[in-house]
Design a protein around this ligand. Sequence first.
Ligand code: DOR
Ligand code: ZN
Length: 351
Amino acid sequence: MDAKSITITKPDDWHVHLRDGEMLKQIAGYTARQFGRAIIMPNLATPVTTVAMAAAYRDRILKATQDYSRFQPLMTAYLTDTIDVQELVNGHKEGVFTAAKLYPANATTNSAAGVSDIKKIYPVLEAMQKIGMPLLVHGEVVSHEIDIFDREAVFIEQIMEPLLKDMPELKVVFEHITTQDAADFVESQSNHMAATITVHHLQINRNDMLVGGIKPHLYCLPVAKREQHRLALRKAATSGSGKFFLGTDTAPHAIGDKESACGCAGIFSAPHALENYLQVFEEEGALDQFEAFASLNGPTFYGLPVNNQKITLEKVSQQVPLMIGQKSLAISPYKADKTLSWRLKVNAKNI
Ligand code: DOR
Ligand code: ZN
């Protein structure tokens, strides 16, 4: 029989871009409405590299999400070639930095200050290994000679494998995996390694982005791959393995910055993330695995308690708005103008 509603432990989003300033005010509520906690990416125009910057950013996020008073932003540090080890360790001990993010320099939006050679930050990674601070990895090489569709697979070989050999106890999240290679690799590793999977990589392949006209709103990094990889990700997410959990990588850009001669990478999936993920689990006949993926595996990996609230999604159709936000900051949300078959029930209790 078809399910009409599903109630699960309140989920968390383990990979979110909330931006800053007016954009933060405009979009933060969408994440806070759906999730108990979110791992906040540090790739602001000025990267979040100090405890003070992260604490101040956290305050701005709390202000922007005050309608959802239980929402908890979990902050991350942006690793650079020259990041101060002691700052990172102190930030983790003080409970400000939940994790640290590794962007290979120039891999994606606001990553120019990222790491140019992983060996340069080995002392930092060793300290993180010692204190059990998770490393969150944007896993793509940036060399010009490597085809964009191969960058994740090559990263595994050139960077991830050697890193895990050198630091077998380091907790690593392979963020937003997009390939069968990454799913197989993560599954084959110890329980120090896990991966987040976005909803768009479970739902779209590169044809959706490129056939019948280019769809800039489906362009993100790592870029969507061929169908075989999408199917492998769906299998991994719904397999029941504790190594895979929810991370939307929701990344808003104003419409003008996406529909441009040099369009920005990022998909704004926050408004209906849960509805879309649930659709995938339903299609895969795996509704019974949804709670583990959305609400349990993440906290277990991070060593945090699961949320004590519940949420309910109902089989009620809804239409995604064509646009969200105001004037020059208006955004085209993921699945704009499409009809979804599930709807999150929001009531005072889960705020
Ligand atoms: O598509 C993406 N957008 N991938 C990233 O890695 C960064 C993000 C952003 O910040 O816009
Ligand atoms: Zn991201």
